[in-house]
Design a protein around this ligand. Structure first.
Ligand SMILES: NC(=O)c1ccc[n+]([C@@H]2O[C@H](COP(=O)([O-])OP(=O)(O)OC[C@H]3O[C@@H](n4cnc5c(N)ncnc54)[C@H](O)[C@@H]3O)[C@@H](O)[C@H]2O)c1
Length: 302
């Protein structure tokens, strides 16, 4: 098969690209930046291009069977500062991907949406019929993109599925930016005995899902769930207080937990109900402790 991964120089996209490359498929990555970590397989070809530029990307869809659309501006706090850029990357970019996929007869587009679309809805666990309440330009852009996938499925006949990822973590996730996710920052700091900073009271909860499980969810919907939206999480939650302490314990760290003021647009409680995706065979395999241990080993080795 020929598989196109947008955002394949990033954390999740590279894992998707490498999983399919390991099976011998031909992989095209479209990303506006070069991959920081070398691709582990030679059958991955990087097209360094911006998905907002339709004319430049469309010919790379020739003979493509499946598209995994991961490219996006990914940070909630960054999106609060850059609403226009968020809409441009995440909505316009997604429409470009759908247009090209229709024009080139791609079999299916699978989209990386986010649990952020549920916003402050605290009727957890959240199933896919829960009320959406997007609180940031990022969350609004993901929900809009989902509607575009549904519309393209209904109006243009292209198969599409949106996966609402919960908080994904795993090897090669960036820890170095002010917008990085909490787990890689905590692990990196704990290994150096630096403070672990929690924004807010630390009682906020998250559903952390290991990247390999998210890759499995993507595989699962290749031939199922057309026109549908599915949660991709674990159905287990942890508070940031507990998470920070667990990482300190697992790394034998002398780090201290330090509290700072909560950030705008961040949700308090997040927990998936995964009964819908379970019905098509998805089951998370890696619990938080195992995932953190794998990640810590990765940090220590690299
Ligand atoms: N990591 C998570 O916890 C999480 C949770 C929910 C949803 N998601 C979604 O999963 C996807 C992948 O996230 P990630 O954590 O791997 O992020 P990442 O930042 O590591 O990867 C995103 C990649 O997209 C590329 N990109 C951004 N805008 C682009 C553009 N206009 N043209 C071409 N390339 C562009 C970036 O260069 C980057 O390599 C994103 O769509 C994100 O919104 C991630």
């Amino acid at each position: 098969m020929k598989i196109l991964v947008t955002g394949g120089s990033g954390f999740i996209g590279q894992h998707i690209a490498e999983m399919f490359a390991s099976e011998g498929h031909e992989i095209i990555v479209i990303d506006k930046r070069k991959n920081k970590w070398p691709f582990l397989y030679e059958n991955i070809f990087l097209v360094k291009e911006d998905i907002r530029n339709y004319g430049k990307i469309k010919n790379h869809f020739d003979d493509v069977d499946y598209v995994f659309h991961e490219a996006a501006l990914v940070s909630v706090p960054e999106s609060m500062k850059k609403p226009n850029e968020t809409v441009d990357n995440n909505v316009k970019g997604t429409v470009n991907i759908l247009k090209a996929a229709v024009e080139k007869n791609v079999k299916k587009v699978i989209f990386a949406s986010s649990c952020a679309v549920y916003g402050m809805n605290d009727k957890i666990p959240l199933n896919e019929n829960a009320i959406t309440d997007p609180l940031s330009p990022y969350a609004i852009s993901k929900l809009s993109a989902e509607y575009f996938l549904k519309m393209y499925n209904e109006e243009f006949g292209i198969k599409t599925t949106s996966l609402r990822y919960f908080n994904v973590y795993g090897p090669r996730q960036d820890y170095s930016s002010q917008y990085s996710a909490v787990i890689p920052i905590f692990v990196n700091n704990a290994l150096q005995d630096k403070d672990l900073i929690i924004y807010g009271d630390g009682k906020q909860t998250r559903d952390f899902v290991y990247v390999d499980d998210v890759i499995n969810a993507n595989k699962m919907v290749m031939n199922r769930g057309d026109g549908e939206v599915f949660n991709a999480g674990t159905e287990s939650k942890v508070s940031l207080n507990r998470l920070a302490q667990q990482i300190i314990d697992l790394t034998n760290s002398d780090s201290k937990i330090v509290y700072k003021q909560g950030r705008d647009g961040e949700v308090k409680y997040s927990l998936s109900d995964i009964s819908k995706i379970s019905q098509i065979g998805f089951k998370p395999e890696i619990n938080l402790k195992e995932g953190l241990e794998k990640l810590i080993t990765f940090f220590e080795e690299t």
